[in-house]
Design a binder for this molecule. Structure first.
Ligand code: FAD
Ligand code: DLZ
Ligand code: SF4
Length: 511
């Protein structure tokens, strides 16, 4: 029985069940760099380079294990625009009894693959689980079925119990508390030394690939010059090790910080490695826990870090597969505006937007608070249509795959799911951004005022957002205080705020 195992660019793990019964004599692996996957949104050139370089390195690793790999490079002479073309071409070239797939990370491709059983000239198409997650999809499904309201915090507690991570022998959480979120909100003090991230040397072959990508996808937003993402399991391991030794102790305190000229702060930069399969999430969590048990990192840092992976990352994946495809269509706040040009690098005087977008252009990266409270918050307050915002997030980050991008963008940042991801929108004025760091000190806008010509655009937009959606949010007990503050203001002051917000919304390209 000859099998053809299809491996996608974000499935680079040899521990997948797709390899369980791999026969070195008869079976083959197919990997293909294809235009369609690189173009269905205009992916950042660093994302394309990362995926292709990692795929090539992984193919070599499989060959070293004795597996036969058919690898289609992007400049291959075979006319294969899509993954389906590449599979079909191989099935026409050689006889196989069976095609083996791994559950992919996106509904679009999942639907296509489900059709392959009927469409492809092969007897059997078998879809196997993606076991690179800590919670199987069936676990989330059961968990979700048992409750009316889903909250990450409760899912996370079950995951802690299930894995034993940061648990005492008596079943209580380490430190007597499940969550140290309140200890994760300091602005960066400028004194705590910042970690140094390892540099990854590009091979000559990767340099050549970079030039090809430049030529082929040069019209996509983003530059390649500062590319420094791990493309192999060993490099990802080095990145993780450095993070745990140097940055994890500061991760807790400064998790929500924003600092001018510092795109990485104490963040791990491991999301692309996790999502591609170069790191294993449970192993990452265990390593962080060990740092706490050894007295090398404080609990607020380790719990905060583990919560992101064991909690948020697993939760959004479960939620995505539970709610797709309808989830992608949601637009609870009826947001219709188009994305400002500044998100694609267009000129703006808003320092926070400029700084975050410049970081994305250079690295294909922004940390969580930049994504949520700067670019996400601004799109939410402006009322930009979720589809456009989601496409932007999917395109510009090296770690973006729809299973993780969509719930974070549509749900967490835009509240377009009506409160599935979060019980209240993450709407904030410029005061929040000012409190978390020094962006505002570098800005021509005045973060202290609301309705002047030079007032921070976030300020008036924030109040106008509350005003516009009063019917939806006034009854939310977590937002009562905000409405009280708004209602307490004098009528003429509120009118001036709304007038400024109207101007901002109508003149976004002039900000
Ligand atoms: P750290 O801050 O060091 O965190 C460690 C790890 O925790 C991350 O590598 C990641 O795997 C996990 N994690 C943290 N927060 C989340 C979260 N909210 N959801 C899922 N996992 C999380 N993450 C992606 O991997 N891909 C995306 O496309 C993506 N899109 C996002 C869009 C928006 C609007 C927002 C608000 C967040 C998004 N995130 C996404 C989550 C998070 O911002 C990134 O995982 C993180 O910034 C990656 O950098 P890091 O590895 O330095 O993370
Ligand atoms: C994102 C991406 C890109 C840019 N290119 C490829 C590719 O050429 N071949 C491939 O197998 N996968 C690629 N990917 C990753 C897929 O788009 C990804 O597997 C799906 O979006 C599901 O997560
Ligand atoms: Fe951003 Fe407003 Fe601060 Fe300027 S003043 S950096 S626009 S929050």
């Amino acid at each position: 029985m000859a099998s053809l195992v299809i491996l996608l660019g974000d499935q680079l793990s040899d521990r997948l069940p797709a390899f369980d019964d791999f026969d070195l004599d008869t079976d083959r692996v197919l990997m293909a760099e294809v235009d369609q996957e690189a173009r269905y949104v205009p992916h950042h050139p660093q994302k394309i380079l990362l995926i292709f370089a990692a795929m090539r390195a992984f193919a070599t690793r499989l060959e070293q294990q004795g597996k036969k790999v058919i690898y289609r490079k992007i400049d291959s002479t075979i006319d294969a625009n899509s993954l389906e073309d590449a599979v079909r071409h191989e099935l026409e070239r050689r006889h196989y009894d069976r095609v083996i797939l791994t559950h992919c990370g996106e509904h679009r491709l999942h639907q296509t693959m489900r059709r392959w059983q009927a469409d492809l000239p092969v007897d059997e198409v078998e879809l196997r689980a993606d076991t690179r997650f800590i919670a199987p999809l069936s676990f989330f499904r059961q968990w979700a079925r048992d409750r009316k309201a889903w909250r990450m915090e409760y899912f996370y507690r079950e995951m802690r119990q299930r894995t034993g991570l940061l648990m005492n022998a008596d079943g209580s959480p380490a430190g007597g508390q499940w969550n140290f979120d309140a200890d994760n909100r300091r602005a960066y003090d400028g004194n705590t030394p910042l970690p140094e991230h390892p540099g990854f040397e590009m091979s000559e072959a990767t340099r050549t690939l970079a030039r090809q990508i430049e030529n082929r996808f040069g019209d996509h937003f983003g530059t390649l010059d500062a590319f420094n993402w791990p493309t192999t399991h060993d490099e990802a391991e080095r990145l993780l090790e450095t993070f745990i030794d140097e940055a994890l102790p500061g991760f807790g305190d400064f998790q929500d910080a924003l600092a001018h000229g510092q795109p990485f702060l104490f963040h791990a930069l491991i999301s692309s490695s996790l999502n591609l399969g170069l790191l294993d999430p449970l192993d990452v969590c265990r390593r962080a826990e060990q740092a706490y048990r050894d007295g090398n990192a404080p609990l607020n840092a380790v719990e905060g870090f583990i919560r992101q992976i064991l909690g948020w990352r697993e939760y959004v994946r479960g939620l995505y597969w539970q709610l797709m495809p309808d989830y992608a269509e949601r637009n609870h706040l009826n947001a219709r505006k188009t994305l400002p040009w500044s998100y694609w690098g267009g000129e703006t005087d808003m320092h926070c937007i400029r700084e975050v977008v410049r970081g994305i252009e250079q690295y294909g990266y922004a940390h969580h608070i930049q994504r949520l409270m700067v670019t996400g918050n601004f799109a939410l307050l402006l009322g930009v249509n979720p589809r456009e915002v989601c496409e932007w997030y999917l395109a510009v980050f090296v770690d973006a795959f729809e299973w993780v991008e969509l719930p974070n963008t549509l749900g967490m940042a835009l509240h377009a799911d009506g409160g599935v991801m979060g019980s209240k929108p993450y709407a904030a004025s410029g005061r929040y951004i000012d409190r978390q760091g020094d962006y505002c000190a570098h800005c021509t806008y005045n973060v202290k005022t609301t309705s002047e010509d030079d007032s921070c655009p976030f300020n008036s937009l924030y109040w106008a957002f509350l005003d516009r959606h009063r019917d939806r949010f006034e009854g939310n007990h977590r937002m009562k205080m905000m409405y009280r503050n708004w209602d307490r203001q004098a009528d003429d002051r509120r009118a001036a705020t709304l007038a400024r917000a109207r101007w901002v919304r109508n003149n976004v390209e002039r900000l």
